[in-house]
Design a protein around this ligand. Structure first.
Ligand code: MOS
Length: 703
């Protein structure tokens, strides 16, 4: 009898019951005896320095335990992340930066006393608007070992000027906030010089290492626990300032402390996606074959962060063109630090590229699906390597068939009624495949029970379920025999839940540990000794080997829209995404990731817009009443389909990562559908009611 594999089975998510019944404990739920509470005090100026902190009135309030600030706080070791140098300098780099914190017996007292602390500032002039007319743009550094900031191949200018068909367009995206359901929080305590934190982190091992460095203690003296994490989208990928504040506060009062940031504080402390201004120039022959592609992107960062999003990077691998250039420019402004957000680079970058491809299709009088098929490529134009798998064409063809793409002009003609216009749009998706070194352990008691341990984080992806399925197949046992313990840096070190790499990185380490355990059991003659057997393995060695293939996931997204030309309202009644993401570990959790990403892309297209106040240098849009996100009522009939694919270059499971690709291309598909419906091209997101009406008015149509 052959065992049915667990990988591929639509198993319900482990922990789902605990989550929906409220028994799953998140960081903010952690209760400890003698817990004290921290409230942070944000800077009120956008640039300058703190000249004095006057804590006396707050300290006199009953229940206040301490006020910590630059004048009384221990020195921390420096890290590459300037935002973690909490209370280390009087400089203020942006409004909202933490300048002091109050520790008290209750959260209410802490927040009340925080308003009683006097802070004096010396303000300097600030600059907070990303304006490409200004100078001050610099070339950001290369993205570590992953890719260079700029690249150029051939003679783009000559090819563009000789091209029979040309597109030259500039696209704009605003700042985006992650706004995970769970706000950032930390519970911290010290015991005999060792630090324990419960923290909202996407990577317990990474957070442990950074805390150990900051406080100058060995990593074995720091433990980071994150049993459940209520969403992250990149905002919890690197440790944020609140974990440092909590560790400092616990040290100051000699008690465990809890810090929970308010929703308003998240917009400045949790990071956000940089706004972008992207100019794309395409040159093509009359049949739509690309001759030249130029993608130049402008973005911002803060004075304290080296972050860069690299939106032009996906353009390097998307389409064949003999002449190509991609460039990035970045300005340092007196703004909060941006950070990674779901599909960093690809999300805004593919909005620009896939909108421009739609413009090219119109200019060539070609079907937009056909244009993309004509520019498909068997090898990566940038690296010259073959793709591990590239099934973009299959996704486009299958999607077009399922979505009724052939009917799109008939649909527009028949259903548009003058006031309500109807259209369909398409865009391609892509995401690079990263796999990071991890270690995993697996133990068996000899009675058919297996326990996998790895310091992974489940940020809502269903990691426990997927890893159990992967382990069950590697051990050749039933999935019910496998327990998975994650979310604790005390377990074998793992990479973070980011860059769509969690399942492939951790899963590979789990496969190796399971193989090692089977070998160990074999060495015992198949008999597990009393007390059980344990094996660990890591993937450091296998990931040090140079890549032979270019590894990316691909997809095609289709959207149908209606545009009310009198109100400016856009509705999206239907979306379809077809994805080539390798082998599907679990159709339930994979679908959740893909559909969730598509809803986030819909939200980006229609609603989301971070707005910075030029006078005060902070976000106007600090809560969910000012920063609109799509709700259930906005979400259409969404279908996410995965084609049959296996990619054993990316992981021994044949799987690729699925966390991010769903958001890539969605906004372009919607904007392209709006163009199909209205004939109007809106190149700045969001496609808000105001923008649609303004555009209609400018065109002399509608209101
Ligand atoms: Mo993601 S933006 O790499 O958590």
């Amino acid at each position: 009898m052959t065992r049915r594999t667990s990988v591929g089975a639509a198993l319900p998510r482990r922990g789902a019951r605990a989550k929906v019944t409220g028994s799953a404990r998140y960081t903010g739920d952690v209760a400890l005896p003698h817990l004290a509470y921290v409230a942070v005090i944000p800077a009120e100026i956008a640039h300058g320095r703190v000249t004095a902190v006057r804590p006396e009135e707050a300290l006199a309030r009953s229940g206040v335990l301490a006020v910590i600030h630059g004048g009384n706080c221990p020195r921390l070791n420096r890290t590459g992340a300037g935002d973690l140098a909490v209370f280390q300098s009087p400089s203020v780099a942006h409004r909202g930066q933490f300048v002091a914190a109050v520790v008290a017996e209750s959260p209410q007292i802490a927040h009340e006393a925080a308003r009683m602390v006097g802070i004096d500032y010396a303000a300097d002039p600030h600059r907070v608007s990303l304006d490409i007319a200004c100078d001050g743009f610099r070339q950001p550094p290369d993205h570590g070992p992953f890719f260079p900031t700029d690249c150029s191949h051939g003679d783009v200018e000559t090819a563009l000027s000789n091209a029979p068909v040309r597109i030259d367009a500039t696209y704009r995206t605003p700042p985006y906030h992650h706004h995970a359901l769970e706000p950032h929080a930390t519970v911290a305590y010290w015991q005999d010089g060792a630090l324990t934190v419960h923290d909202t982190t996407q990577g317990p091992s990474g957070t442990r290492d950074i805390l150990a460095h900051l406080f100058g203690i060995g990593p074995d003296r720091v433990r980071v626990i994150a049993r459940h994490v209520g969403g992250g989208f990149g905002s919890k990928a690197a440790p944020r300032a609140q974990v440092v504040v909590a560790a400092l506060a616990a040290l100051a009062v000699g008690r465990p402390v809890k810090t929970v940031l308010t929703r308003e504080q998240l917009s400045v402390v949790a990071g956000y996606r940089t706004p972008s201004v992207q100019r794309i120039r395409l040159g093509a022959d009359a049949d739509g074959h690309l001759l030249a592609v130029s993608h130049v992107s402008f973005e911002q960062t803060s004075l304290t962060s080296d972050h860069c999003e690299y939106p032009a990077a996906p353009t390097r691998t998307m389409y064949a063109a003999p002449n190509r250039e991609t460039r990035h420019w970045r300005a340092r402004l007196h703004v909060p630090s941006p950070t990674w957000m779901r599909a960093p680079g690809e999300c805004p970058g593919m909005f620009a590229l896939e909108s421009a491809m739609d413009e090219l299709a119109v200019a060539c009088a070609l079907d937009p699906v056909e244009l993309r098929l004509r520019n498909d490529t068997a090898k990566d134009p940038h690296s010259g390597r073959p793709f591990s798998t590239r099934n973009l064409a299959t996704c486009l063809r299958l999607g077009a068939e399922r979505f009724g793409w052939a009917e799109r002009d008939r649909l527009r003609a028949e259903y548009g009624d003058g006031r309500r216009l109807v259209g369909m749009g398409v865009a391609a998706s892509t995401i690079p495949q990263y796999r990071f070194p991890s270690r995993a352990g697996v133990h068996t008691d000899g009675y058919g029970h297996y326990t996998v341990r790895i310091a992974a984080a489940d940020i809502g992806t269903g990691a426990r379920t997927a890893l159990a399925q992967i382990a069950a197949d590697a051990l050749r046992v039933d999935v019910d025999q496998v327990m998975v313990e994650i979310g604790d840096s005390a377990y074998p070190s793992a990479s973070w839940a980011g860059r769509s790499s969690g399942t492939t990185s951790w899963g590979t380490a789990v496969v190796r540990a399971c193989e090692a355990l089977r070998t160990a059991i074999g060495r015992c003659g198949g008999l597990v000794p009393d007390g059980g057997l344990e094996a660990t393995a890591d993937t450091l060695g296998e990931l040090a080997v140079a890549r032979t293939h270019s590894q990316h996931a691909f997809g095609a997204q289709f959207a149908r829209v209606t545009v009310d030309t009198s109100t400016g309202e856009i509705r999206v009644p239907r979306m379809l995404g077809v994805f080539a993401v390798g082998r599907v570990i679990n159709p339930v959790t994979v679908r959740s990731q893909l559909v969730g990403g598509m809803v986030m892309g819909l939200s980006m297209a229609l609603c989301e817009e971070g707005v910075i106040d030029r006078t005060y240098g902070h976000f106007h849009s600090r809560d969910l009443s000012a920063y609109h996100v799509a709700t259930f009522a906005d979400a259409p009939e969404i279908e996410a389909v995965c084609i049959d694919e296996e990619d054993f270059h990316t992981s021994p499971m044949g799987a690729k990562g699925v966390g991010e690709i769903g958001i890539v291309g969605t906004a372009a598909a919607i904007a392209n559908a709006v163009h199909h419906a209205t004939g109007r091209r809106i190149r700045s997101l969001p496609l808000s009611v105001r923008r649609v009406r303004e555009d209609a008015a400018a065109s002399g149509h509608g209101t």
